[in-house]
Design a protein around this ligand. Structure first.
Ligand code: ASP
Length: 239
C-alpha cells in the first residue's frame, strides 16, 4: 500500500496533550509515514496562535521596539510542551538563531515560518521520525507564487525517507530565503507532500468531533452529521 500523508492543524498541536494525541494517531497506522505539522494554535478562547506571536515579534523588531517579551512568550509555549512531554528536545539553539535574526535583519516570512519549523522538530522527536525541512522541498518563484516544477523536482528527495515529519506553510525563494504560503497554507504543503509520495490517502486532521451542521461560533452546540458522502461534502465546501 502507498503511504498515508497526515497533516495536523494548529489546534491539534496547541498543547502537550494534543501532541500526545497526534503521536498516538500516527502510531495507530504504520502507513501514516509522512506527517505535515502546523504551528501551535489557540489553546483556549482569547488565546493567540504562535504564528500571530511571531508576526508580532517581527513587527516589534521592525519598529525598533523590544521584541524580547513576545519572543519569551513563544519560547514558553514550546517549553511548556517539551516539559509536559518529558522530552529532551533542545530548542534553545533555534531560539538563539531566531533572536540573532531579529537583531540582524528581520524577514517577515522567515519569522512566520519558525512556528511550523519548531513544531515539526518537536513532533519528529516525539515520533522518532526524521525531520525534513520544507525549505529543501517546496520552491517558490521570485514573485512568491509556487514554482511547481521546481517543487516536484526538489521534493522527490523525500522519497529517500521511509517516513518523515515536515513543517507546513513554507518553502524557499530561488535565493534560498524563506517564503510562506498565505495563512492556513500548511494544507497546501500536505497536498504537495501527498502528491510527491503518491499517497494512498491524504488525511487532513483537525481537532473536532465530526462535521457540524452549523458554525459553532455562531450556533451553540450544533449536532454532528451522522454520515456524509463525498458528493455532499464536495457540494458543502463548494457552497
Ligand atoms: N500557522 C500558519 C497560520 O496560522 C499556517 C497554517 O496553520 O497552516 O496561518
Amino acid at each position: 500500500m502507498n503511504p498515508i500523508v497526515v497533516k495536523f492543524g494548529g489546534s491539534s498541536l496547541a498543547t502537550a496533550a494534543q501532541f500526545e494525541k497526534v503521536a498516538a494517531i500516527i502510531r495507530e497506522n504504520p502507513e501514516r509515514r509522512y506527517v505535515v505539522a502546523s504551528a501551535p494554535g489557540k489553546r483556549f478562547d482569547g488565546d493567540t496562535k504562535v504564528t500571530d506571536l511571531l508576526y508580532r515579534c517581527y513587527d516589534a523588531a521592525c519598529a525598533g521596539q523590544d521584541f524580547m517579551p513576545v519572543l519569551s512568550e513563544i519560547r514558553q509555549r514550546f517549553a511548556d510542551i517539551i516539559d509536559a512531554l518529558h522530552q529532551s528536545a533542545d530548542l534553545e539553539p533555534d531560539f538563539a538563531a531566531i533572536e540573532a535574526h531579529l537583531r540582524r535583519s528581520p524577514q517577515r516570512d522567515y519569522m512566520a515560518s519558525r512556528g511550523e519549523y519548531l513544531t515539526a522538530r518537536l513532533l519528529a522527536a516525539a515520533t522518532g521520525f526524521p525531520f525534513v525541512d520544507a525549505g529543501e522541498l517546496i520552491r517558490f518563484h521570485e514573485d512568491g507564487s509556487l514554482n511547481d516544477s521546481a517543487t516536484q523536482k526538489a521534493s522527490s528527495a523525500l522519497k529517500a525517507y521511509p517516513c518523515a515529519v515536515i513543517p507546513g506553510f513554507y518553502g524557499t525563494y530561488p535565493d534560498g530565503e524563506i517564503c510562506t504560503f498565505s495563512r492556513g497554507g500548511s494544507d497546501i504543503t500536505g497536498s504537495l507532500v501527498a502528491r510527491t509520495v503518491q499517497a494512498e490517502v491524504y488525511e487532513n486532521w483537525t481537532d473536532v468531533d465530526g462535521i457540524l451542521m452549523a458554525d459553532p461560533r455562531l450556533v451553540a452546540t450544533p449536532p454532528i452529521l451522522p454520515a456524509v458522502s463525498y458528493g455532499e461534502l464536495r457540494e458543502l465546501s463548494y457552497m
